[in-house]
Design a protein around this ligand. Structure first.
Ligand code: ITT
Length: 185
C-alpha cells in the first residue's frame, strides 16, 4: 500500500518511513499546501486540513500537526510552533527560558489519516525538558533544545530511538493499531 505524507517537512517523512517500513507501507512525500487554521487545538487543524485535501481529490494520505508546549511559557509556542520556529527560533525560546527553573515541556503530535473512506485521528505526546543550550545536529525544528530524559536532546539520538518514545512515534503506534484493527494493513 502507498500512503501520501502531506508536509513541507522532510524530517517528518523520514520518521514515518522508519515507522512504517515493517508494515509494507510505502510512504510518498507530497510537498503540498493546505490551510492550517489558527486555533487552540492541533486536532482542529488536522480535521480541517483532511477535509480540504479530500475535497481537493487527494486519497490515501496522512498529515500531522505538532507542537512544543512549554509549561513555564503557559504552553507557548504550542499551536504556534511553526511560527515560533520561523521567527524567534530555538535561540529565542532559550532566551525566554533564561533564569526559569521549571524546564518541563511536552511535545504533541496529532496525525490524521484517510484511507479510502476510513478516517482516523490520533494524538501522541512526549514529556521532557527544555535544555539550556542547543545540542546535536540530527532531527529538525525544536529537537536540539528538547530532552526527553534530562540527558540527550532529540537531535543527539538516532531516528529509531526518537520514534520509540517521541510524540510522533506514540501517535504512529496508535495509528498502526487502528489501521490493523480495521484490516487496512
Ligand atoms: P507541515 O505543517 O508542512 O507538516 P511543519 O514543520 O510546519 O510542517 P508542524 O506545523 O506540525 O510542521 O510543526 C510545528 C513546528 O514544530 C515546526 O517548526 C516543526 O519544525 C516543529 N516540530 C514538529 N515536530 C517536531 C519534532 O518531532 N521535533 C522537533 N520539532 C518539531
Amino acid at each position: 500500500m502507498k500512503l501520501n505524507v502531506v508536509t513541507h517537512n522532510p524530517g517528518k517523512v523520514k520518521e514515518y518511513q522508519a515507522e512504517f517500513a515493517d508494515f509494507g507501507v510505502e510512504m510518498v512525500h507530497v510537498n503540498r499546501e493546505y490551510d492550517e487554521v489558527q486555533t487552540a487545538y492541533l486536532e482542529e487543524v488536522v480535521d480541517k486540513g483532511m477535509k480540504e485535501l479530500y475535497r481537493d481529490g487527494l486519497r490515501d494520505f496522512m498529515i500531522d500537526d505538532s507542537g512544543l508546549f512549554v509549561n513555564a511559557l503557559k504552553g507557548f509556542p504550542g499551536v504556534y510552533s511553526a511560527y515560533g520556529q520561523k521567527t524567534i527560533g530555538n535561540q529565542g525560546i532559550l532566551k525566554l527560558m533564561e533564569g526559569v527553573e521549571d524546564r518541563t515541556a511536552v511535545f504533541k503530535c496529532c496525525i490524521g489519516c484517510m484511507i479510502g473512506e476510513e478516517r482516523i485521528i490520533v494524538t501522541g505526546t512526549c514529556p521532557g525538558y527544555i535544555l539550556f543550550e542547543e545540542r546535536g545536529d540530527g532531527g529538525f525544528g525544536y529537537d536540539p533544545i528538547f530532552t526527553p530524559d534530562g540527558e540527550r536532546s532529540f537531535a543527539e539520538i538516532p531516528v529509531e530511538e526518537k520514534n520509540a518514545i517521541s510524540h510522533r512515534g506514540n501517535a504512529t503506534k496508535l495509528l498502526i493499531d487502528e489501521l490493523k484493527s480495521r484490516g487496512l494493513i
